[in-house]
Design a protein around this ligand. Structure first.
Ligand SMILES: Nc1ncnc2c1ncn2[C@@H]1O[C@H](COP(=O)(O)OP(=O)(O)OP(=O)(O)O)[C@@H](O)[C@H]1O
Ligand SMILES: [Mg+2]
Length: 314
């Protein structure tokens, strides 16, 4: 038994007024324990939905099929009580929006201590002491003061760090972090980078890192999944992906960065209610051939962990 998270043929759809939203389409992905794995892709590509599906945190209107295997069990089939044990204690989730992640009317210290109080059944005072220690670990100079504050009294960077402190308070094996550097300035982004680096190196926490920040992904991640319209278009080690992207979409994402050519990807992502035939990226692809409109390419193994879904390589 290993600690990898194996996503097998997972599909997530939502029932909406306009129709069925196909947010995640037949994703197979292995997230290796001991590694930081990045999930990158344009807005709406299904990154958050995939992350949320691992802990079954999706909205009521969702339908999930497939298997998410962790320690020989299918998370999608776990009874509620076991799922509650897994959440936070074994696999923690840092949501995309730090403003809504905290309870606005409870102090930061109380919230950090809540998990310990719930899972380990310890008294409030002890939980509070643990919360202060946890804040100290996350480089807060005055953890007592921070613990006594309400979330709105912290700056964006401090809230992000406090959220990491809260999420890792129970020493989880896995952390799923959704956009941990969103809206942060360069200095704080470096702090968050260091934080994740240390989580893996010192605390031995494996990470699923959902991000638009490709420089962060390049520096921090061991492996990368590139998502488009709920489909994996390319995967491999971060070194391979960033040094030599194979898929035209991955190349486009990398080139769109400010420190590269700043060339935006042409066109818009497709409607997830009415996905294009063939390759989902073909309407926007400069390398399109006639087969691309007709048939979706398979995810083709290139070498080792490198796989790409493009007819150029099939
Ligand atoms: N409850 C829901 N009902 C209907 N559609 C939904 C629901 N939740 C998510 N979606 C849709 O699923 C698609 C994927 O959303 P998701 O949040 O995973 O994108 P994302 O890649 O995380 O984007 P971003 O980078 O902007 O965070 C989007 O089109 C979104 O509108
Ligand atoms: Mg998202």
């Amino acid at each position: 038994m290993n600690d990898n998270i194996c996503i097998k043929n997972v599909t997530v759809s939502f029932t909406a007024k306009a129709g069925i939203v196909q947010a995640v389409n037949h994703i197979d992905a292995i997230f290796n324990s001991g590694e930081i794995t990045g999930i990158i892709g344009e807005t709406g590509s299904g990154k958050s939905v995939l992350g949320l599906s691992v802990l079954r945190l999706l909205a009521e209107n969702s339908r999930v099929t497939g298997n998410i295997i962790y320690q020989d069990r299918d998370i999608l089939q776990l009874p509620a009580q076991e799922l509650n044990q897994l959440r936070g204690k074994t696999i923690a989730f840092i949501p995309q929006n730090t403003d809504t992640a905290f309870n606005p009317v409870m102090t930061v210290g109380r919230q950090i201590g809540e998990g310990a109080a719930y899972h380990h059944n310890i008294p409030q005072a002890a939980a509070r002491r643990q919360a202060i220690e946890q804040l100290r670990r996350y480089a807060f100079q005055e953890p007592q003061t921070v613990a006594a504050r309400y979330p709105f009294q912290l700056s964006g960077g401090m809230r992000q760090r406090a959220l990491c402190a809260m999420s890792t308070a129970l020493s989880p094996k896995w952390l799923i972090a959704d956009e941990p550097t969103k809206g942060l300035d360069a200095i704080i982004r470096r702090q968050v980078f260091q934080l994740f680096h240390d989580l893996k190196a010192s605390a031995g926490i494996s990470v699923m890192l959902i991000t638009h920040d490709l420089r962060l992904a390049e520096k921090l991640c061991d492996a990368i999944f590139v998502l488009y319209a709920g489909t994996v278009l390319e995967q491999g080690t971060a070194g391979e992906i960033f040094a030599g992207p194979l898929h035209p979409y991955t190349r486009g994402l990398i080139n769109a960065q400010p420190h590269k050519t700043l060339t935006p990807l042409p066109g818009m992502p497709p409607s997830l209610i009415d996905l294009p035939a063939g390759c989902k990226f073909q309407p926007r692809c400069s390398c399109r051939k006639s087969i691309c409109r007709l048939q979706e390419p398979p995810l083709q193994a290139i070498n080792g962990r490198r796989q790409v879904r493009c007819w150029q390589y099939a």
